[in-house]
Design a protein around this ligand. Sequence first.
Ligand SMILES: Cc1ncc(COP(=O)(O)O)c(C=O)c1O
Length: 367
Amino acid sequence: MSEKWRAFNPEILPMPFAVMDYELAQPIKEILTTLISNSDAGYLGKIPELPVALSQFAQLRWQWKVEPSQVKIAPDVGVGVIEIARLLINPGEKILINTPVYYNFYNWIKELRCEVVDAPLKEENLHYSLDLIEIEKCYQAGVKLHILCNPHNPVGSLYSKSDLQQLAELAMRYHVIILSDEIHAPLVYSENTFTPFLSVSDTAKEVGFAFLSATKAFNIAGLKCAQIVAQSEKNLATLNSIPTAVHSRASLFGAVASAVAYKDCHDWLNAVIRELDSSRYYLKELIEQTNLPVGYRVPDCSYFGWLDLRGAHLSGDIAQHFLDKGKIAIAPGNFYGPTGAGFIRINFATSRELIHDAMTRITKALT
Ligand SMILES: Cc1ncc(COP(=O)(O)O)c(C=O)c1O
């Protein structure tokens, strides 16, 4: 059993993990079953079909032109970011993030022995955007790398093309490299547009690297595989100088399943997005029925409910409060940086029955 089902006692509803409770896509099941039935579980070697499949997926979904030769494989996004960062930064130097943001950004920066600098997202009625003025101040103050979460976990926002273009210009002016974590990109709802950072301008290509993966959207995180993309001569030279072991430390299962996911699982992905689309509104309906002081903006992407409980004035260990009073595990907002305090993140990529159960337990914990 994976982490979600081992972390808590069975009476606790586990809602903090970034995985979906849906059946895997049939082509992924088939390719994995074939490997297993052939007792073929060896090391990952050459797999040219994966960069080709990613390139076709990026063109089809985001009209982003990626050459297969611009793609390298890594065991996961975290390893990819760390391996690229190691080539660009020394311990003690500054890395910028925009909180509230995926908590492992803090862990990656710690692993690099670098210093975290934060330019929090601007928030207006739960609409979040980049604070370009604050970002420029941080760049001026000596930031070397900026880890961007595009699209954004946990707040479920997308950045505009114009903001990303301006960000690229700032990065060029202050010699900052942007590492754009785009793992949630395939899970964008149909009324919205995901903008790959490297696609916004030639400047973005000069200052950026992108980190993609099929593992979030196709629910195969345990299989371990991600892709790194560079699209300028200089950044491609950096990408090509990562240790060759970064490729072979990815898993055979992850790489094979990712190629199939990008190539053959569009219908499954579209069906999942439709299901999540209805669930994000179902969660809104349930929240409105509670009459509790819970703020929620229907997200633009992915499957997180970023619930604003600032009006509930909870104090102390919020996660423990929900475990004790509601028998539900949630991710407390302060995991995502100081600007997340007063929020919780839950995952609605599950059945309606469990979304309902989650809201019943949250209500119990708040009353
Ligand atoms: C923004 C973001 N980046 C990275 C990851 C983890 O990716 P990986 O397991 O490939 O390191 C997650 C997982 O939820 C995430 O939300």
